[in-house]
Design a protein around this ligand. Structure first.
Ligand code: ADP
Ligand code: MG
Length: 476
């Protein structure tokens, strides 16, 4: 490589930074290196395939233009992926001192049977970094695989079984599903299994822990040590990412994510929605999250529910020898409690409590009585904004275009407000997103509509009834 190349490279980087801004530069180009040149071709490399394809599809021309401004004889850029070997890691940090008792594995009370398998102690780093406690019941052994979670399970297993230094197959692994469909169970299984494999450090954190850990570290002026420690782990698992908030936390999350992924470390994320719907997250973070493997876990089918119940009941029997749940009862629960895994657990716990308190055997009749309120005729559907607009438009005899238009006549203003209100109450969409879907309105307009309808509903019983009806139509 010539010294001219190197000087040129420095200026190209400055140019690029000036053009795209510090943030974009730090996210995508900070780890780009010059490997040399050959004829009219500049050879550059980045640490991950993802970075390569992102830069190629979004910035290829710009990078070339920057080079040509320096050295007009270049007409091609060749971008390659450097080997994924861990080589950019900072020196290993000594684990932060923690008082002895905290070093021991946290005891998690288990009342569903002792299913603990042979798992090593959670490392000091896990503790020092504020890793969230792991529930010994949530392991791969107790995770039942069915159609809705096969892929997510296989991916998690793969990650858990990988060895340090292995080529990372998909990074990040991003799992999303609604409440109670097994995200936490899967992630904790991965953490247990990964930690049990020698030499590997798996850190399981809820997004909240990540925020508090970071904020606390900042307050204690040890942000640097915290970052360094974070970077000594092999697998970072973050649960409930939808709760990550705040600009500085996000920036830190983004840096951590980049640093870990580029160093060949594995990142695993769970959230209640796909990356594109994490509206409060920066676009760059979202695209990075979407750049790995994104897997959705569907709702638990009846068969899967039955298997989970059998597994649970067997576990409970180990602890409570008299607790015998006949198969027809399990089948009844599996058929009727359709909502999610938590309700299944709740149903069994009730049967257990009842049979302990009364000393009576579990029967179908008792089960029907005990779990009545957990039974929903049908699983609530995920309501779409388009459906809301369609149903409301039909109800009030206006067109969907009217709802999205800027017309302000009374006959469209009210239906529009009702539709926005329903969008807020029946979907997980944020106010700005709802505003966008209603003809590009501001979030304050949506908020105003929601408040307005809320107020009206409390005084106007006819409207309240109308809205109940609309809700029912949408959820059927
Ligand atoms: P999420 O984090 O997605 O809200 P959880 O992982 O907390 O859901 O699951 C809720 C309950 O359902 C837990 O008790 C969990 O053990 C159980 N559960 C969900 N899916 C499965 C599964 N595939 N196998 C066994 N138990 C499951
Ligand atoms: Mg969870």
């Amino acid at each position: 490589m010539t010294s001219m190349d190197l000087d040129g490279w420095t200026r190209v980087k400055d140019r690029l930074r000036a053009e795209v801004g510090d943030d974009v530069y730090a996210s995508w180009f900070a780890r780009m290196e010059l490997d040399g040149s050959e004829g009219d071709t500049v050879k550059l490399s980045v640490p991950t395939r993802f970075l390569k394809s992102w830069i190629q599809s979004h910035y290829a021309e710009r990078v070339l233009a920057c080079w040509q401004a320096e050295q007009p004889n270049f007409s091609r850029i060749e971008l390659t992926v450097r080997s994924a070997v861990i080589r950019t890691l900072p020196p290993r940090m000594k684990p932060v001192e923690t008082p002895a008792p905290h070093r021991e594995m946290r005891e998690v009370k288990s009342n569903g049977g002792d299913l603990r398998n042979s798992v090593g102690p959670i490392s000091a780093v896990h503790e020092a970094l504020g890793g969230s406690p792991l529930d010994p019941r949530l392991t791969f052994e107790t995770f039942v695989v069915g159609r809705s979670n096969t892929l997510a399970h296989a991916a998690a297993k793969q990650v858990a079984q990988a060895h340090r230094g292995d080529m990372v197959m998909f990074n990040p692994l991003y799992v999303h599903a609604g409440v109670g469909l097994g995200k936490t169970h899967l992630l904790q299984s991965l953490a247990w299994a990964g930690n049990a494999a020698a030499e590997r450090k798996v850190l399981y954190l809820t997004a909240e822990k990540f925020m508090y850990g970071f904020v606390a570290a900042l307050r204690a002026q040890t942000a640097l040590a915290f970052k360094e420690a974070l970077r000594t782990i092999d697998v970072l698992v973050i649960d409930d990412l939808q709760f990550l908030q705040g600009r500085s936390t996000q920036a830190e999350f983004c840096h951590t994510l980049n640093a870990l992924i580029d160093a060949g470390r594995q990142v695993v994320i769970a959230a209640d929605r796909p990356p594109s719907d994490l509206e409060s997250l920066d676009e760059r973070v979202r695209s990075r999250l979407a750049g790995g493997l994104v897997v959705e876990m569907g709702s638990l089918g009846e068969e899967l529910r039955l298997e989970i119940l059998k597994c649970r009941a067997a576990a409970a029997r180990q602890h409570h020898p008299g607790f015998d749940v006949p198969l027809p009862v399990l089948e009844f629960i599996a058929k009727s409690v359709t909502h999610n895994g938590r309700d299944l657990e709740g149903a069994l716990n009730r049967l257990l409590a009842h049979s302990k308190l009364t000393g009576q055997p579990v029967t179908l009749e008792m089960a029907e009585r005990e779990v009545r309120d957990l039974i929903r005729p049908q699983e609530p559907k995920r309501v779409k904004i388009e459906d809301i607009q369609r149903v409301v438009a039909r109800q009030y005899n206006v067109s969907r275009a009217d709802l999205l238009s800027s017309r302000r006549t009374a006959n469209v203003v009210r239906p529009r407000q009702v539709a926005m209100y329903l969008a807020k109450t029946l979907t997980l969409r944020s106010l700005p997103e709802i505003g966008r879907r209603f003809g590009g309105r501001d979030h304050t307009t949506v908020l105003h509509a929601v408040r307005k309808i809320e107020n009206l509903v409390s005084t106007d019983s006819a409207l309240a009834e109308e809205i109940e009806l609309l809700k029912r139509q949408l959820q059927e």
